[in-house]
Design a binder for this molecule. Sequence first.
Ligand code: BES
Ligand code: MN
Ligand code: MN
Length: 461
Amino acid sequence: MSSQKDYIQKNKERFVEELFTLLRIPSISADSAYKGDVMKAAEVVAESLKSAGAEKVEICPTPGYPIVYAEKIVDPSLPTVLIYGHYDVQPPDPLELWTTKPFEPVIRKTDKHPDGAIFARGACDDKGQMFMHVKALEVMNATNTLACNVKFMIEGEEEVGSENLAWFVDRNVEKLNADVILISDTGMLANDVPSITTGLRGLSYVEVKVTGPNRDLHSGLYGGAVANPINVLNKMIASLQDDNNHITIPHFYEDVQELSEAEREAMSKAPFSLENYKQALDLSDVYGELGYSTPERASIRPTLDVNGIWGGYMGEGAKTVIPSWAKAKISMRLVPHQDPDKITKLFQEHFEKIAPSAVKVEVTPHHGGLPYVSPTDDPGYRAASKAMEESFGKTPVPVRSGGSIPIVALFEQKLGLKSILMGFGLDSDAIHSPNEHYGLFNYYKGIETIPLFFKHFRENN
Ligand code: BES
Ligand code: MN
Ligand code: MN
């Protein structure tokens, strides 16, 4: 609909300015020092939904950060699209690696984004992508083209496990009644290779502590005679993967769904260049589970990674010491049909079992989440595919992603709704990293594509 395109064209500068206002709020959900800012972000989102034309806008309290709910029901007999997104962001550190400040958005050009990209924490994950939906509502409203009923559910705790969104969903099944969930919180292959995410990995996250002597010891007087917790922890972690980078925890792969040869063959058709991949990361080689390609290792196979490891002396110079303890944070990405609780339990049992008697081991589970796969032959996928085809001029490729949005599997369980993961970010947008950015092309393309999803979803239903 060209009236929509005209409206976007006329208002494009303002659309960026308004996103900047949201990006300036450091809504870091992991750090309680930013509580006021997270709350402020919820208010700004609610206000923006009101001005975009939502009829009912509520900031719904939860035991944690609130859910911003909004709706516009044009006609109860039309299908309803439920939009999900998040207004919280990851901590920006390490700050010294940012070229410009994380909460002072600026536009700069990059190789991948010759038209410019917005640099700020949350620009892509997920404020920029979530805000496209708010602006798309404005576009549809202003041009009188809202083709379906719409509901919004924007949370502030995605980056810390979405615990209270689960709480909210449990209590609001009726209110959230819809025909499909539409989410832009993932990526696509390239700006000229549109794709739709058809799977997410699950997650099991644990923290481990290995304790040795009751105090730090002189490494000359005691070294060699007592267990060094850092040495032991490293040995234990190293043993969790064998020479083929296969995870050694007994029963770990028990529930893993192996893809058929035909499915793997189809997957290998998606455009991917190993050379570009290595080059973008300054790597001389890739590394991973024997027998699987790089895209497979990063999507359909489970992983075990240390996210952080610490203990002992980390200051300047040398201190000769046997530390009393060592700790690590370990994440396992899961695939269908692995269960996060079961995997956490298997990890715990195994980790306690392999510990030498000279140390004490504690395993503390953090948040987890179920993996998710979406169909490619239902009305939601078809609407997204047609929408992208119309806006990009190319049929999007279905791609399973390696990332996690744990709440998506819960939506299916609790609301009986499939989620369509129509994301517009690029892997190179540095989400969770310093210099996160989001292409202006991607931002506008998203705002243009979302109304087309509504149009095609209505036609399909
Ligand atoms: N939006 C991301 C997940 C994502 C990004 C999926 C790109 C696919 C492609 C989300 O905000 C996120 O970071 N999720 C966390 C999990 C959460 C429990 C902290 C993740 O994947 O690490
Ligand atoms: Mn996200
Ligand atoms: Mn994230």
